[in-house]
Design a protein around this ligand. Structure first.
Ligand SMILES: [Zn+2]
Length: 146
């Protein structure tokens, strides 16, 4: 499915935090983790693969804090998360009455604008047998009610 936006990492989860945590709480969790995963703090007997994994974690934790530790970027991220959640809640199968679709006299078909900017199109001859219509641009489907 094309969402047009790269899904961001869950920075809160990376810090083991909740979106409702205060900045002080976030900082406390970040500091605890960053110490735990700091490359200088690793014991010599861990395998190379483990070291690599820990370095990756360390980088992620650092990135998470860069975003969540700054009021401005945190606000931006929170907003985007909320938008993404709204998108996920949007039903894949919307039910639409044929009369709620726009009639296109020239093309002899019913059309409905999809939220992606594409169109659902049902030609007049199809209306009797077709009940599910795919968007011509994205993968959303609507059900036509008669
Ligand atoms: Zn669409």
């Amino acid at each position: 499915m094309a969402f047009g936006r790269i899904t961001q990492k869950d920075w809160y989860k990376i810090l083991g935090a909740e979106p409702s945590d205060s900045l002080t709480e976030l900082k406390r969790k970040y500091q605890k983790l960053i110490l735990l995963y700091h490359p200088d703090k690793q014991s010599a007997d861990v395998s190379a693969g483990e070291v690599e994994e820990r370095v990756q974690r360390f980088i992620e934790i650092d990135q998470a804090w860069k975003i969540l530790g700054n009021e401005e970027t945190k606000k931006e991220y929170d907003l985007q998360q909320r938008e993404d959640n709204l998108t996920k809640e949007w039903p894949l199968h919307a039910q639409i009455y044929l009369e709620d679709m726009a009639w296109n006299e020239g093309e002899q078909c019913y059309t409905l604008l999809c939220r992606c900017g594409g169109n659902y199109t049902v030609s007049k001859t199809e209306t009797k047998e077709v009940s599910l219509v795919c968007c011509d641009t994205c993968s959303l489907v609507i059900e036509i009610l008669q």
